[in-house]
Design a protein around this ligand. Structure first.
Ligand code: SF4
Ligand code: SF4
Length: 294
């Protein structure tokens, strides 16, 4: 069994061709700009949409574990995942991120769009969260997808041990791997990431299969917006052929609110794609393809 947050069909920004993207639960990082904070916990997470809520408090009354109190607060440690609150909410203000699925059922779901993958040279992308977090189940999913003949891409932070990389590598065709910062202290302080671990994985992939790697950098205000050239140079030094600069966006903001959490970038506007265009030429001059967006 594997904990899944979401399945998105007909995705076109998560690797080549038309794809199905599976968002797995669980992450070892905690990036404050995250567009999918509901995936951090492997366990199910309640999302409460205050704009729909009519304050009837039926959810509070029905909860057998007193996990819901008002003003609306949900205590994950008290919740037994019975979903009675979701069922009783007439306003559809409550939803959950997280459902357990059998690996075989998930692979079968992905294979429904086989014709589209074939025509577009697409496949499946396993994302998160950090897909390596539920490692044993993730590995089983990789094997099932490969056995079905799918092209398999993985969106990853690279923040896992090399032992896990070696086990998963034979079943992965494409790594969409983040390089968020090259300063170990800053990366650790802001995201919890371990740069030594990430760079060891980049180095291994560079040595054994550089063509499988696309380096991705989310460009974030006041965190790494001055580091794009450094990341492009780093990718070039490791013989990778492609870097994607992902402009900061605020599309995940409402999820932070629905989890009763403050969004760190509340006052920041979406980043203008045009502002990153000079890096395309910077890459071209150095013989590496730089793309704005995924
Ligand atoms: S049951 Fe739904 S509408 Fe009623 S208080 Fe709970 S979340 Fe709000
Ligand atoms: S899922 Fe069940 S235990 Fe959890 S908050 Fe809702 S009613 Fe309470």
């Amino acid at each position: 069994m594997i904990q899944v947050s979401n399945i998105e069909r007909f995705a076109t920004h998560d690797g080549p061709g038309i794809r199905t993207t599976i968002f797995l639960k669980g992450c070892t990082l905690h990036c404050p700009w995250c567009a999918n904070p509901e995936t951090w916990s492997i366990q199910p997470v309640l999302l409460h949409d205050a704009s729909k809520c009519i304050q009837c408090r039926r959810c509070e009354t029905i909860c057998p574990n007193h996990a819901i109190t008002f003003p609306f607060t949900w205590k994950q440690d008290l919740c037994s995942d019975c979903r009675k609150c979701e069922d009783i909410c007439l306003a559809e203000a409550i939803s959950f991120s997280g459902r357990k699925m059998e690996i075989a059922d998930l692979a079968a779901e992905v294979c429904k769009d086989w014709d589209y993958y074939e025509q577009s040279h697409g496949g499946v992308t396993i994302s998160g969260g950090e897909p390596f977090t539920q490692f044993e189940a993730f590995l089983a999913l990789l094997k099932a997808c490969k056995a079905a003949g799918l092209h398999v891409a993985v969106e990853t932070t690279g923040n896992f041990t090399q032992e896990k990389l070696l086990q998963a590598l034979p079943y992965i065709d494409c790594f969409l791997m983040d390089c968020k910062h090259l300063d170990a202290d800053k990366l650790a302080a802001v995201t919890g990431g371990n740069l030594a671990l990430i760079q060891a994985n980049f180095a291994y992939l560079s040595k054994h299969c550089p063509d499988k790697v696309i380096v991705r950098m989310p460009v974030i205000p006041r965190f790494n917006e001055d580091c794009c050239k450094d990341v492009i140079d780093y990718a070039k030094s490791l013989h990778f052929k492609e870097v994607h600069l992902l402009p900061f966006h605020t599309m995940g903001k409402s999820k932070w609110h629905q989890m009763q959490k403050d969004f760190h970038y509340e006052k920041d506007a979406m980043m203008d794609k045009e502002s990153l265009l000079p890096y395309v030429d910077y890459g071209k001059a150095r013989g590496i393809h730089v793309q704005i967006g995924g």
